[in-house]
Design a binder for this molecule. Structure first.
Ligand SMILES: Nc1nc2c(ncn2[C@@H]2O[C@H](COP(=O)(O)OP(=O)(O)OP(=O)(O)O)[C@@H](O)[C@H]2O)c(=O)[nH]1
Ligand SMILES: [Mg+2]
Length: 718
């Protein structure tokens, strides 16, 4: 089968933003204007579960009016195929943005025209920077009271450190938002109504435009009066991308055509010289088609992204794979979901062609996978396909061993593609089945949820036997349990959310341990000498074998490592996992008959327990970056409260008429914050938080935590 859409006519893009900026609303319009659906559903109409938008189809999404998982749809615009992923903005579901950006070629970053750059706009922007994803900005909600285009552009510059380049200027704002000036064509696009089928009029940009359109607010008039200044900025910036056009302009005064400007805008966007900024109101159906034009004109096709990096076993780059059908097959699995169709594994094909029935290699795990059914997903609908080619995003049904982040490739040409980075889950709860008899079914469902979401972790408390689920935040954990009810028919209960503390050491020590036992005939023997030393924050655990002359027989070294790995999960202070340390096996001894894998594992475990205690262990706690947005009147109270929570205020930023207080606060002090904040500010302040880093817990607080854990364990095991 030949390729139906040339690679250069594909746009794989994501829509990313802070929560509520209007991503899903924009996606609905895109599907409507491209003819993929005939009605538009609004977010606030889905709460009764009778309807849903195309991409927010989960019950949890409908009820809460927020996006929880990213959903892919596709549409055609000007003969280009746009594969689009609508992502969530809530910080608890960052993993969804993370994995989408990993496989997308470009992104539309949506901003709320009133709030401008918000915490998740910033986090998602940085993620896009990390993955090198070119983007365009869309200042939405220009119809809202307080909307201000230039303020938003300024925030993009200052807070994101970007170089925003307006390619449009809004005409009017708030209830008098009428459309925009297209600075490339120098035409005014004006809508007479909010109706979804209203067509814009194209007017000349004349000096009396503001009068003609009854624009009366001074700042809106000023923007139109400055239109030539913005046009000059656009032309000058564009010409930096095209020497020939620059020359013609400087020597002959030739003003570049619209086509030349668009080519320059495309080039500059792709090499991240600047980011084009558009404006509109998706809800009032103004500016969405122009966003689609910009996606086609400025965002990359798979062919613009020349190649994908390949890595060695340690994740270091070693080569690249060209984006082409003619290269050997390679793809990255970026998402696994459990669906009525079974387990669906989403892949992005980077090179080559994959056909139904093929046998490929999962090079991350060294296992073969047989390709059965292949589907193209349109939100929750699956459309069967026979093959997938470089640049395509499709889903594979019922793979055996492939997990998020794995590479699938041609078995004769093995490569491993650059992996994804996952966020740190810092809140934990104990979970159990509501109905005792369903414990096993519950456990299976939980396993499936965790497999689908790398920002969830499952642990078993070794002393109490409790199942501990770790996640990004309270909402994340609640939604997970609720989805188990709707998707697997099992109900669970969860305990109070807890902070996921960690333990580490601060001193280097050497520990000798001899495990010796004589029971009846056969005995047990193993001796290990292990050096324990601290590593930098976020290094995890490292094991090195430096024994010489077979003092510890080679076949038992893995048992030593295993013993340490198991034991480090149960820290010596308060049973939290021990992190950021290195263990070096330097010496040991064995007995011909009495030594075996088990005795060395036991010795390693004991060496850990005894050694770590001498290595000045400390407790680490997750610290959050908190942003509280409050009216100025309550600023003093908000800051005072943050200080009482062991927080440190780092910055105060203007946010429209409000002030955003940026602070670093330990997670343990943030429980119940929303209630107190609302009380303190008569419900007028709001906040968001995300994980920042782990930090040592102050001594007095640590003592309390350790005592509490001991008490809780005693109660549970009594
Ligand atoms: N006034 C106005 N409201 C809008 C506009 N676009 C979206 N909204 C409203 O903003 C709210 C959030 O819109 P969504 O589309 O769900 O936002 P989102 O970015 O998808 O949110 P998450 O997926 O939860 O991060 C809804 O109530 C929308 O009706 C707009 O252009 N103007
Ligand atoms: Mg959404």
């Amino acid at each position: 089968m030949a390729r139906t859409t040339p690679l250069s006519d594909i746009r794989n893009i994501g829509i990313i933003a802070h929560v509520d900026a209007g991503k899903t609303t924009t996606t609905e319009r895109i599907l409507y204007y491209t003819g993929r659906k005939h009605t538009i559903i609004d977010i606030h109409d889905t709460k009764d579960l009778k309807t849903s938008t195309t991409t927010d189809y989960l019950e949890q999404e409908q009820k809460r009016g927020i996006t929880i998982q990213s959903a892919a749809v596709s549409a055609f615009w000007r003969d280009k195929k746009i594969n689009l992923i609508d992502t969530p903005g809530h910080v608890d579901f960052t993993i969804e943005v993370n994995r989408s950006l990993r496989v997308l070629d470009g992104a539309v970053v949506v901003f709320d025209g009133v709030a401008g750059v918000e915490p998740q706009s910033e986090t998602n922007w940085r993620l896009a920077d990390n993955y090198g994803v070119p983007r365009i900005c869309y200042v939405n909600k220009m119809d809202r009271s307080g909307a201000n285009f230039l303020r938003c552009v300024d925030m993009i510059k200052k807070r994101l450190g970007a170089r925003p380049l307006p390619v449009q200027l809004p005409i009017g704002s708030e209830e008098n938002f009428k459309g925009m000036v297209d600075l490339v064509e120098m035409k005014a696009l004006v809508w007479d109504s909010d109706d979804k089928d209203a067509v814009w009029k194209v007017l000349e940009v004349t000096a009396d435009l503001a009068d003609k359109l009854h624009i009366s607010v001074p700042s809106d008039r000023k923007l139109l009066a400055d239109v030539n200044k913005f046009r000059t900025e656009l032309v000058d910036t564009c010409l930096e991308q095209d020497d020939e056009a620059m020359e013609a302009f400087l020597t002959h005064g030739t003003v570049p055509s619209g086509d030349i400007l668009r080519a320059c805008l495309r080039k500059g966007t792709l090499n991240s010289a600047f980011t084009p900024v558009l404006c509109g109101s998706s809800y009032k159906n103004k500016g969405v088609q122009q966003v689609l034009d910009a996606v086609v004109d400025y965002l990359p096709a798979p062919t613009d992204v020349a190649s994908i990096k390949t890595v060695d076993a340690d994740g270091h780059p070693i080569g690249e794979r060209k984006t082409s059908d003619d290269e050997p097959f390679s793809a990255l699995a970026f998402k696994v979901i459990n669906d009525i169709y079974g387990a669906l594994t989403f892949i992005r094909v980077y090179s080559g062609v994959l056909t139904k029935g093929a046998s490929v290699m999962n090079s991350t795990r060294g296992k073969r996978e047989k390709i059965g059914r292949m589907v193209e997903m349109f939100a929750k609908e699956a459309i069967p396909v026979e093959e997938a080619r470089a640049g395509d995003i499709i889903a594979l049904v019922s793979l055996a061993d492939t997990e998020t982040g794995d590479t699938l490739c041609d078995a004769a040409n093995e490569v491993v593609l650059e992996r994804m980075r996952f966020p740190e889950p810092v809140i934990s709860v104990s979970v159990k089945s509501k109905v005792k008899a369903e414990q096993e079914k519950f456990g299976t469902a939980l396993g499936k949820m965790v497999r689908a979401d790398p920002s969830l972790h499952l642990e078993t408390d070794r002393e109490t036997g409790q199942t501990i689920l770790r996640g990004m935040g309270e909402l994340h954990l609640e939604v997970t349990l609720d989805r188990m009810r709707t998707e697997f028919g099992v109900e669970g209960t969860m305990g109070e959310p807890q902070v996921a503390y960690r333990e580490t050491i601060t001193k280097k020590i050497t520990e000798q341990y001899i495990h010796k036992k004589q029971t009846g005939g056969s005995g047990q023997f193993a001796e290990v000498w292990i050096v324990f030393e601290p590593l930098a924050r976020s290094s995890g655990f490292e094991f090195v074998d430096e024994t010489v002359g077979g003092s510890v027989p080679r076949e038992f070294v893995p048992s030593v490592e295993k013993g340490l790995k198991v034991q480090k999960e149960d820290g010596v202070l308060a049973h939290y996992p021990t992190v950021d340390f290195k263990a070096t096996l330097i010496d040991g001894s064995f007995h011909d008959v009495d030594s075996n894998a088990m005795t060395f594992e036991i010795a390693a475990k004991a060496a850990f327990r005894e050694g770590i205690r001498k290595a000045a262990p400390i407790l680490l706690e997750p610290v959050m970056k908190v942003e509280t947005v409050t009216p100025g009147d309550y600023l003093g109270d908000v800051i005072g409260d943050i200080n009482r929570r062991r927080g440190a205020v780092q910055d105060q930023l203007e946010r429209g008429t409000n002030i955003a207080v940026v602070a670093i606060v330990p997670l343990s002090e943030m429980f119940g914050y929303i209630g107190q904040l609302r009380g303190m500010t008569s419900g007028r302040a709001s906040y968001t938080m995300e994980f920042s880093h782990y930090e040592p817990v102050p001594r007095n607080v640590a003592d309390e935590v350790i005592a509490e854990v001991a008490k809780a364990k005693a109660a549970l095991t009594a």
